[in-house]
Design a protein around this ligand. Structure first.
Ligand code: NAD
Length: 354
């Protein structure tokens, strides 16, 4: 790879990684000098949250357990009110990208520091990007959304169901694909992405056979961390834009859409870029490799499996085409409306990408 001039932003988060690191939340809160924590927890993470509550002891001021995907603005405002009511001086989130996202929305509105404990492979905890959904989903980049610390505890991911595990792993791999797929890539992001891709692929295969394999959970979570840092540095491109249209406009599950679309958006890329993605995955046919991996791990292999209705392909074809136009820094092939329609149709049926 040629190294061009680049600007790489290093994000100031402290990272704790390993079994039991959920307990480190307490030290991080102490380091921040905080004494009144608002704990934001997704329903599935209640057991993990119990460990955090115990570790926080008297510094736990209140909890918020209503978490929904894409952060509805009403929930963000209710959480901000709750933070004010209890005079919170720090936020802790425990859960997937939706819980982290709610914490980020509160952090941006209040300026409170955030400690994140992720339980999926979404990677949101690595980025200063936040999103809130009113009539439409709006996203922004704000340093206040960047967690001050992240505790990656693979034990907390053991209960993630097999399909969610595979789909969320594909979400992480999609971050890597975008980092590699730039006309002038950030070499640090590429380094992280190229390390994460084979690690994630291998861990997902092992987890498909044995979901309780803590070593494989650890590899997958480390891959997700690297993928998240690649996303933070490289930003999003054609693939993510398409996923946001489908996820946002049709309300489809975020990770499922990533898994179902990734082989199709890789197929859309120029040959040089596909080769780079293939080299990182150890294959000369990354499209086939990603399809095989999805089939082998139980990730959705079509938009129909991700929950899209047949008529929806036509409905989102226009916005999807718009999303693929003029993406800065991306070398995605120029597309026309007919190509986008064909992509959505193929992806709906799970046919081999053109
Ligand atoms: P999610 O947080 O909605 O979790 C998916 C489902 O899995 C939920 O039902 C959740 O309760 C359950 N779950 C989570 N962890 C579990 C566990 N360990 N065991 C059992 N069940 C568990 O989904 P997600 O895919 O993690 O995150 C998606 C959201 O994150 C989207 O809104 C997306 O836009 C956002 N996101 C943001 C960024 C960013 O940089 N801002 C990056 C990636 C994703």
């Amino acid at each position: 790879m040629t190294i061009f001039a680049f600007t790489h932003e290093t994000l100031a988060s402290r990272i704790h990684f390993g079994s039991g690191s959920v307990e480190d939340v307490s030290d991080e809160i102490a380091r921040l000098g905080a004494e009144r924590v608002l704990l934001i927890v997704s329903r599935s993470a209640r057991r993990a949250a119990g460990r955090v509550s115990a570790a926080l002891g008297g510094r736990l001021a209140a909890g918020v357990s209503e978490v929904r995907v894409h952060v509805p603005v009403a929930l963000a405002e209710a959480a901000v009110r709750c933070a004010a009511d209890v005079s919170a001086d720090a936020l802790v989130t425990v859960g997937g990208g939706s819980a982290t996202g709610l914490g980020k929305a509160v952090a941006v509105r209040t300026g409170l520091p955030l400690v994140a404990v992720p339980t999926t492979y979404a990677g949101s905890e690595c980025t200063p990007v936040y999103g809130v959904t009113g009539e439409h989903k709006e996203t922004g980049r704000d340093a206040r959304a960047q967690p001050a610390a992240v505790c990656y505890d693979p034990e907390l991911t053991v209960g993630l169901p097999p399909r969610a595990t595979a789909a969320s792993g594909f979400n992480a791999m999609a971050h890597c694909v975008e980092a590699v797929g730039r006309d002038r890539p950030d070499p640090v992001a590429v380094l992280h992405a190229a390390a994460a891709l084979p690690l994630l692929a291998d861990a997902l295969r092992r987890l498909a056979g044995w979901p309780d394999d803590l070593a494989a959970r650890s590899d997958a979570l480390y891959g997700a961390y690297l993928a998240g840092t690649a996303l933070a540095a490289a930003g999003t491109g054609a693939h993510h834009r398409l996923c946001h249209v489908l996820g946002g406009d049709l309300g489809l599950p975020h990770a499922d859409v990533h898994a179902a679309l990734l082989p199709y958006t890789v197929a859309l890329r120029p040959a040089a870029e596909r080769d780079r993605i293939g080299r990182a995955l150890g294959t000369d046919d990354p499209v086939a490799a990603l399809r095989d991996l999805a089939a082998a791990t139980g990730a959705p292999t079509s938009l129909a499996e991700a929950g899209m209705a047949r008529d929806d392909a036509e409905r989102v074809a226009g916005p999807a085409y718009g999303a693929l136009l003029g993406i800065p820094g991306s070398t995605a092939r120029p597309v026309d409306p007919a190509t986008v329609r064909a992509l959505l149709d193929d992806a709906y049926h799970g046919r081999r990408p053109a």
